[in-house]
Design a binder for this molecule. Structure first.
Ligand code: SIN
Ligand code: FE
Length: 312
């Protein structure tokens, strides 16, 4: 089973006065790193009812008011908002800011070994029904994949995502497959790991990494993508393209009911969203040094497979 039901962690009191709270935090970080999904049947952070109602509100046409929206906590910027009245946009902005703060404060209490070391990435609001979305193949989230970001290479840092289903009536449905370690052993070489490993030490690669800061100042990004990030981006696309993998791999179906929340390293738990509408999500990037078991991180696993450093 790929998920663990967390009970006993209270939104206000955390683990209460239990003596082994630190051990539990370490234990759950280890479980996440091993490819488990931590599941809460009620979100362990506040979700004000008026804010949820606003996010669920619709136009007269029946369509949700907002498309997929992202929020960047560092710069306090909201992206992907369709044209709307300024007061609606301001309200959405305030809700996303609040949500992001609450989830981060929860994560810092629940995942103590990562607190102070994790980097805060974007939050998102997902109001579009996921079933039968008409998207280009590499953007389709109903195909099983691991996450990797085009615009934000992590250089070995881990992608930890915390989701909450705010749909009062409909479950959010995922499919997951076996985690990264067995998957990589079976498929990473077929997907071309050797080529990326060889490229990691080429003079061209070193040159690009050296000059990347200059390119960044003129808006060109991704030049300094490490061999690790290049491979992970490629593996994301490769898995989506592989009919064999999509059709033949054993899948587990997970149903996340209204107001439940879950957290998962989506760079190592292959996942697809089958259906569902209205979710909120916050991403954290956890550096490899903060891992409880760095050996099972995808960077270290891939390096062990190809015998060379991939993020230098
Ligand atoms: C994804 O990361 O593939 C999307 C998951 C979701 O929106 O439920
Ligand atoms: Fe994904």
């Amino acid at each position: 089973m790929s998920w663990i039901h967390i009970t006993g962690f209270d939104r206000l009191n955390g683990w209460g006065s239990v003596a082994d709270a630190d051990d539990r935090a370490r234990h759950y970080c280890g479980q996440l790193e091993a490819g488990k999904i931590l599941y809460f049947d009620r979100a362990p952070f506040e979700l004000p009812a008026d804010q949820c109602e606003f996010l669920l509100s619709r136009k007269q046409s029946g369509l949700p008011i907002f498309k997929n929206v992202s929020y960047r906590p560092h710069t306090d910027l909201l992206r992907g908002v369709a044209k709307d009245e300024p007061r609606n946009i301001a309200r959405l902005h305030e809700i996303m800011r609040d949500f992001s703060r609450r989830v981060i404060s929860f994560a810092d209490r629940f995942l103590l070994p990562y607190a102070g070391r994790r980097q805060i990435d974007y939050a998102s609001f997902r109001p579009v029904e996921e079933q039968k979305r008409d998207l280009p193949l590499h953007k389709r989230n109903d195909l099983v994949h691991i996450d990797s970001f085009h615009t934000r290479p992590t250089n070995g840092g881990r992608i930890l995502r915390i989701f909450v289903n705010i749909n009062p009536r409909q479950n959010r449905v995922w499919q997951v497959t076996e985690p990264f370690e067995p998957l990589a052993h079976k498929l990473a070489n077929d997907a071309g790991l050797g080529k990326y490993a060889a490229g990691a030490h080429s003079p061209m690669h070193k040159l690009r990494r050296t000059f990347a800061p200059i390119f960044r100042t003129i808006g060109v990004r991704g030049i300094d993508r490490s061999a690790y990030d290049q491979f992970m981006l490629h593996f994301h696309d490769w898995l989506k393209e592989s009919r064999d993998y999509q059709e033949k791999t054993a899948k587990e179906r997970l149903e996340f009911p209204p107001y439940s929340a879950w957290m998962v390293y989506t760079d190592t738990v292959p996942h697809a969203v089958v259906s569902g509408q209205f979710a909120l999500e916050q991403t954290l990037i956890v550096p490899i040094e903060a891992m409880v078991v760095p050996r099972v991180s995808p960077l270290r696993l891939l390096e062990a497979m190809c015998g060379t450093a991939l993020a230098n």
